[in-house]
Each structure stands twice: as structure tokens, then as C-alpha cells.
Design a protein. Structure first.
Length: 402
């Protein structure tokens, strides 16, 4: 029997940082609020902390269950299984969006002559290999990647400061048109992406159930990544200004390309591209793995089989969007209006309907499972003892002579 997978609270925090960063620096989020975009992002981050608290409250009702298990506890086995399968497909869709982002980024920057189907096939294959290795291996990979990611972003920020390209006046006037445009930009779009995507933790928290600090690590990591995203947004706005940032496909790359130091430090857009690759890889693999885990939890499909079934769906669906413009419109406009249904409304319904009885139900199921396991162990021991006694008696009896 294989050893159950387990991760630590620190690994949960590291994963959350890399997952939330993901592809987010590719975009100047909240640009509809113009120079107040960083304020809109901050408002969404504060609301997202409340959403994270709601997710953690759900997890605390049944620490050893994942999202599919929580669906079954709240809605019953039939509806819970259907919701688990649907959620698995939704996470596969989110993974597909990042696969397409990876392909488009590569075509626009490093490999413009390479067919996009080849690039997307490569990253999907790498993600498939990662998923088949399981939760523990994936979370160890995030531990390895974090120092490189954090150090590189700090270096870029220092170089931007040293280059003299940052002009705080580009953030003025603040709240020129009042709070209305800021709140309209923050809700629901910025709350849905990237902050409510932390719903994926409801798949992974169960693997850190043995650690009592998983919740605290999640809140701490969320605070770090929220401050980072707001700071990056403000820096890009101070470098480019709202007029330029609103028309650039990759504003972060555009800002870094302006760095010129000592006549030899330049072309750092390659570094930014590699950092985006790291973030996209983590996000693609995390969503892909979560989708396969939900299929396993909902209907008992083994992880390798689930990965093999979901991979072609992710890769094939990445070609359904004919152009990058349509891809961005679908993801940043239409999808963000629909994702709150499963990110916010469904968890809120579960919070309200299961205040007391769901936790008692989960505890009762664990107790029944423990008694059943103890009964099997006791029966096995009794059977072994009886067999030993029987063997002793048979070995002790004198043989009759023929």
C-alpha cells in the first residue's frame, strides 16, 4: 500500500505565492481605472482576503476532505459528485487558458517563427509529466522555483529604480473621478482574477491536514502576494503611464525594455519572459493537477488515468479561440463575469447551509471509518492468533504409526 501524500504548511504558503503571481504580471490589471488601477487592485485584494477566510472556514469543517468531498458533505453524494466533476472541468478550462497564454507569449517574444501548436504541446506535455508525479513532487518543485522568482523580481525593481524611469507623478491625480470607477473595476473582475482563484486551495489543503499552521501560512502568503501585485501594478503605471499601459499587450515587458544602465545592462525583457514562464508553468500544472485530483475524489479515477484523459482536453481546447484578441476578451471580459458563480456564490451557499451539521457529519464519518478500520485490524489479529493456535495444536499432536 502506497504512503499517503502529505505537504507542510510552508509548502502551502510557497505554492500560493507562485500560483497567485502566475501570469498576472503579463497584464496591467484594472487599467479601466487608469492611474488608480493599483487602488482598484488593492481593494480587490482586501475583499479577496475575506474570500480566502470563507474557503478556510469550509475546509475546517472537514480538514481531510477536498473540494469534491466538501460538495458531497453539503449536497449529498449524487449532487456532490456532479459538482466535483464540473469543478474539475472548470479548473481544466482555467489551465487551458494559461496554456494559450504560454503559447502567445512565446510567439510574441522568444520564438516568433515557431508554430504555436508546438509550444503548447510542449508545455502541456511537461505539465502532464508533473501531474503524474503527484502532489508532493509538485510542491517540492515550487520550493525550488521560489528563490529564483523572488530574487529576479527584486533585481528588476532595483534596476527600474536605478534607471530613473519611475515617475510618481503618473499616479496623479488620485481618485480623479471618485471611487465609482475604482470599485467598478475591482468588482467582480479583479476579485475573480487573480484573488478568488485561491479556491484551488480547497483541493490541496487536505494534504496539509496534519499541519495546524496551514491556515496561518495561507493568510501570510496571501498578504505577501497581494502587496507584491499591487506594488508591481503601481511601478508599471509609474514607468509607462496610463495612456501607454492601456494599449500595450505586455506592459511589464514594455517597462523593463526601457532599462538602460552603464551602456551594457539592457534587453532584460528576456529575464521577464523567463519569469513569466515559471509562473505560467506553476499555474498550468496546479490547475491540471487539481482537475485530475477532483476526478479521483469524485469518481475514483486513478491520478495517471485522469491526467491522461484531461491532457488532450486542455490541449485541444486551447485551439478553440481563433486569435489572441478573442482569447483575451473571453478571459478578461466574459469569463470574469461568470467565474464568481463557482468562486463566490457556491462557497457562500455552502457556508450558510452547513454552519453546524456538516462538521458533525464529517466527524461522524471519520469516527465510523475509524471503527471500521479498527474492526478489520482486530479481526485480522484474531484470525492470526487462531491460526497460530491451530498450527501449534496440529504441530503438537503425536503422529500415528502406520
Amino acid at each position: 500500500m502506497s504512503k499517503p501524500e502529505g505537504i507542510s504548511a510552508g509548502q502551502i504558503g510557497i505554492f500560493l505565492i507562485l500560483f497567485c503571481i502566475g501570469s498576472t504580471p503579463m497584464f496591467e490589471l484594472g487599467i479601466d481605472a487608469r492611474q488608480d488601477s493599483w487602488i482598484a487592485l488593492g481593494a480587490a485584494a482586501i475583499a479577496g482576503l475575506g474570500v480566502l477566510w470563507g474557503y478556510r472556514t469550509l475546509q475546517n469543517r472537514a480538514p481531510e476532505e477536498d473540494l469534491a468531498g466538501l460538495f458531497k458533505l453539503h449536497f449529498g453524494r449524487a449532487i456532490g459528485t456532479a459538482l466535483g466533476l464540473a469543478m474539475g472541468l472548470l479548473l481544466a478550462y482555467e489551465s487551458m487558458r494559461n496554456v494559450r497564454d504560454f503559447g502567445e507569449l512565446t510567439s510574441m517574444t522568444l520564438l516568433p517563427e515557431t508554430p504555436i501548436w508546438c509550444v503548447m504541446l510542449l508545455i502541456t506535455g511537461i505539465a502532464f509529466y508533473t501531474v503524474t508525479k503527484g502532489v508532493e513532487t509538485f510542491f517540492r518543485i515550487t520550493q525550488i522555483l521560489l528563490p529564483a522568482l523572488a530574487g529576479s523580481y527584486v533585481l528588476l525593481l532595483v534596476l527600474l529604480l536605478a534607471s530613473g524611469r519611475i515617475e510618481p507623478d503618473r499616479l496623479r491625480p488620485m481618485l480623479e473621478n471618485g471611487l465609482g470607477p475604482v470599485l467598478d473595476t475591482a468588482f467582480p473582475d479583479l476579485l475573480a482574477f487573480p484573488f478568488s482563484q485561491t479556491i484551488v486551495l480547497l483541493v490541496y489543503w487536505k494534504y496539509a491536514a496534519a499541519s495546524k499552521r496551514a491556515g496561518a501560512a495561507s493568510y501570510g502568503a496571501y498578504a505577501v502576494v497581494a502587496l507584491f501585485l499591487v506594488a508591481v501594478n503601481a511601478v508599471i503605471m509609474m514607468v509607462l503611464g496610463p495612456a501607454i499601459a492601456s494599449i500595450k499587450a505586455l506592459p511589464t515587458l514594455e517597462a523593463v525594455e526601457l532599462i538602460r544602465l552603464a551602456s551594457f545592462i539592457e534587453r532584460l525583457d528576456i529575464l521577464v519572459t523567463l519569469l513569466l514562464y515559471i509562473g505560467l508553468y506553476v499555474k498550468i500544472s496546479a490547475l491540471y493537477l487539481a482537475s485530475a485530483l477532483l476526478l479521483r475524489s469524485a469518481c475514483g479515477l486513478p491520478l495517471p488515468a485522469g491526467a491522461l484523459m484531461i491532457g488532450p482536453i486542455i490541449y485541444g481546447a486551447a485551439f478553440l479561440e481563433p486569435t489572441n484578441t478573442f482569447h483575451l476578451w473571453l478571459g478578461l471580459e466574459l469569463s470574469l463575469k461568470l467565474t464568481p458563480i463557482y468562486q463566490l456564490l457556491l462557497p457562500a451557499l455552502m457556508l450558510v447551509m452547513g454552519i453546524g451539521w456538516v462538521k458533525r457529519k464529517a466527524e461522524r464519518q471519520r469516527a465510523e471509518g475509524g471503527r471500521a478500520g479498527a474492526g478489520k485490524t482486530g479481526a485480522g489479529k484474531a484470525g492470526g492468533a487462531d491460526g497460530a493456535k491451530g498450527g501449534s495444536r496440529s504441530g503438537g499432536e503425536p503422529r500415528s504409526s502406520s
